[in-house]
Write a protein that binds this ligand. Structure first.
Ligand code: ATP
Ligand code: MG
Length: 267
């Protein structure tokens, strides 16, 4: 039986109105993310990836086409969506715990204040942040702040998680730690993820499917199924199977960047 698609981007075309005239950014874009799966979207800089996240978040409507979450067309922001970005934007005047609790203060829920704190603390513990809940964001390292930001994105148990280059500002080793934390979170919680990234290894390590966007206006140029199962270790990135997948993604990015001839050269 085909899995139900939790995120459905169908024939989405979008342009920004600028002083120089319309800037076409997305063109007939189609992406489906099955329930509880993880899709990584890669593409050249400026091709429209963040625009895509804004459309899924309901912050804008596409000129043409539809964005559906669990079958429903998105016209405004939904509380069933959690988001995290490259810059965690934590509020400095609140403790880490209070930053993580923020969505529960905004999204209607029936939790008592004790239950809210238990929920936030269990997530903080899952990402290895117990003990820092009373600290301010500036007292944490970049990797710790990003872990707190993931907790905040998930605290209200969203059905959909949108990540826009969440680990992009971290050094390579911290990034790898965060990848493992992401797997740990997925083991414990059910959510459907669409992640934007520039990092091909990150796509292969984390995703069930990788989508390469073309240059602007972006369309889905290539889709790769990452058949590595759910139990993944960093060593898995160095197997022949992973190296082949990485090479394919790299090649498609080059095509998207216009540095390579189009489809006839694809193997
Ligand atoms: N509000 C806006 N008004 C006009 N143009 C915009 C607006 N937001 C983005 N753009 C333009 O749209 C294009 C796509 O922007 P977007 O931020 O979606 O790209 P991106 O793929 O996320 O880039 P990056 O990889 O650098 O994060 C860029 O050329 C950008 O300058
Ligand atoms: Mg962006």
């Amino acid at each position: 039986m085909a899995l139900e698609n939790q995120i459905e981007i169908k024939g989405v075309t979008h342009a920004y109105q600028t002083d120089e005239g319309p800037l076409p950014v997305l063109e007939d874009l189609n992406i489906s993310v099955p329930l509880n799966s993880f899709v990584a979207v890669v593409g050249p800089s400026g091709c429209g990836k963040s625009t895509l996240t804004r459309l899924i978040a309901g912050l804008m409507m596409p000129d043409e086409g539809e964005v559906r979450l669990h079958g429903e067309i998105i016209k405004s922001p939904k509380s069933t969506v959690g988001m995290a970005f490259q810059n965690p934007v934590l509020l400095e005047w609140r403790s880490i715990l209070k930053n993580v609790l923020l969505p529960l203060e905004i999204v209607p829920n029936k939790l008592t204040s004790k239950e809210r704190i238990e929920r936030a603390m269990s997530l903080l513990s899952l990402v290895g942040l117990e003990g820092v809940e009373d600290k301010r964001p500036s007292e944490l390292s970049g990797g710790m702040r990003q872990r707190a930001s993931l907790c905040r994105a998930l605290v209200h148990r969203p059905e959909v998680l949108i990540l826009d280059e969440p680990f992009g500002a971290l050094d390579a080793f911290t990034r790898e730690d965060l990848w493992q934390i992401m797997h740990a979170l997925r083991k414990e919680e059910a959510f459907t993820t669409l992640m934007i990234t520039h990092d091909l290894r990150e796509s292969v390590f984390l995703a069930d499917q990788g989508v390469v966007l073309s240059g602007r206006p972006a369309t889905a140029q290539y889709t790769l199924d990452v058949d590595l199962g759910h139990e993944r270790t960093l060593e898995d990135l160095y197997t022949d199977q992973s190296v082949t997948m990485l090479a394919k993604l790299r090649r498609e990015i080059q095509i998207a960047q216009g540095r390579s001839e189009k489809t006839e050269e694809r193997s």
